[in-house]
Design a protein around this ligand. Structure first.
Ligand code: BGC
Length: 273
């Protein structure tokens, strides 16, 4: 190759590389994820395709009582804190249908039948998508965590203030399943088996583990799942109660993103992809 030919080749290569960079930069999707929980409201900007936080998350204690007015103020504070002007995705601990909240068991009655998606969008001036918090966490684990590539029936459960659930069929979400509200011993399951029940009643890991087994056995009977993913606050303590889980027939693994899954998944839902 002559030296001129070599130069042209180099220039073409550089053009190709910079075009590739521009195209891949264009694929970067950033959304602010916000996870509303019974004890804290957490948020961070997320790079959706990589499933990574772009900054340290902020956490603000959930106002008491957690009224729509007070919590909306906190959501807006988080948007302002990051000086955010793009899309936001919000996870809420209740049934969410087309942007409207239908239940709010561990929140405040002022949420019920509120179109919170519109409320957050108006207040923050950012396009908003609202989803159930456990569905959001499940989306993150299925795309970027413990459930990646898993087919069949996968049930993700978040053990926190309540019990959240997300059901996936061949990787597709079946939203708003609310398995935490199944009845066990005449009570809703989350009153006996949530992480809050464990701490409030000062249950040992062994005793709480037995309750978890009983609950999961009930879900096994009803759904014959192929995989359980254990998420929420309890996922970081999985080693402490996994012994008890041996009694079950279904594979059980801990979530990989712990409490961050809710933020990641909310942002993924907010990207509308
Ligand atoms: C709510 C669910 C929520 C779960 C975890 C339950 O009380 O009904 O919608 O996913 O708590 O926050």
């Amino acid at each position: 190759m002559s030296s001129l030919g070599g130069l042209t080749f180099q220039r073409n290569l550089l053009t190709l590389i910079s075009t590739f960079i521009i195209i891949s930069e264009g694929l970067i999707v950033q959304v602010l994820g916000i996870d509303i929980g019974g004890s804290g409201i957490k948020g961070a900007p997320v790079e959706v395709h990589k499933g990574k936080l772009l900054a340290k998350r902020v956490r603000i204690a959930t106002p008491d009582p957690p009224t729509a007015k007070k919590v909306t103020q906190v959501v807006n504070d988080i948007v302002q804190y990051f000086d955010w002007q793009g899309k936001i995705g919000v996870g809420f601990p209740g049934i969410v249908k087309d942007g409207q909240i239908m239940t709010a068991a561990n929140m405040h009655e002022s949420w019920v039948h509120l179109h919170a998606e519109n409320l957050f969008a108006e207040r923050t001036q950012c396009p908003c998508t609202l989803v159930n918090d456990a569905d959001a966490a499940g989306l993150a684990e299925m795309r970027h965590g413990a459930g990646k590539g898993r087919k069949g029936k996968v049930i993700m459960l978040t053990f926190g203030t309540g019990i959240g659930s997300a059901l996936f069929l061949d990787g597709k979400l079946v939203s708003n399943t609310e398995f935490g509200h199944l009845q066990l011993h005449g009570k809703i399951a989350e009153a006996r088996v949530s992480d809050r029940a464990r701490t409030q009643k000062r249950l040992s890991w062994k005793v709480w583990g037995k309750r978890v087994v009983e609950y999961l056995a009930h879900l096994e009977l009803l759904f014959s799942p192929d995989l359980f993913i254990i998420g929420g606050g309890a996922s970081k303590d999985f080693e402490l109660f996994k012994k008890s889980l041996k009694a079950l027939n279904t594979e059980i693994i801990p979530a990989q993103h712990g409490n961050t899954a809710g933020i990641l998944g909310a942002a993924m839902a907010g990207s509308n992809e």
